[in-house]
Design a protein around this ligand. Structure first.
Ligand code: I3S
Length: 125
């Protein structure tokens, strides 16, 4: 490692899976709901959404579609914001709002629990 050079540290990925994602607000401004199947990665303090699952070789930091900071975020289950089952919402401290969904309840609830834990530990710092 060259002293003083900026080194890209890839985030430690806790898990990655395809989830249905809809961004419904950006900085507090409502957006048209558009459900998309996204390769979703949880790190200790971020949620990363990729359009396609990055292959080992093609993994570039710039290829992320969306990066959500979990510090100060809030998550809760919702039955009002979608007719789909197993939907939870994630609101960031900058006022962006996402809906996340999986058809399997165990998948959705594992993600919900893990995101909650990441929010708690990254917000305490
Ligand atoms: O909350 P909404 O507007 O009922 O959400 C539905 C729409 O986003 C719809 O797209 P159009 O706006 O093109 O009709 C989607 O196809 C639906 O999936 C959305 O409802 P659900 O209940 O699936 O989140």
């Amino acid at each position: 490692v060259i002293a003083g050079a900026a080194v890209f540290e890839p985030p430690v990925e806790l898990k990655g899976e395809h989830l249905n994602v809809a961004k419904i607000s950006e900085s507090g401004k409502k957006q048209r709901k558009n459900w998309t199947l996204m390769w979703t990665v949880l790190t200790s303090d971020q949620l990363l959404f990729y359009k396609d699952r990055p292959q080992e070789t093609g993994m570039k930091p710039g290829s992320k579609t969306d990066v959500v900071q979990l510090c100060g975020a809030i998550t809760r289950w919702t039955t009002e914001k979608s007719s789909k089952k197993n939907v939870f919402q994630l609101t960031t401290n900058t006022g962006s709002e996402y809906l996340l969904q999986a058809d399997g309840y165990s998948t959705a609830s594992k993600w919900y629990d893990d995101i909650r834990k990441a929010i708690d530990s990254s917000t305490k710092v």
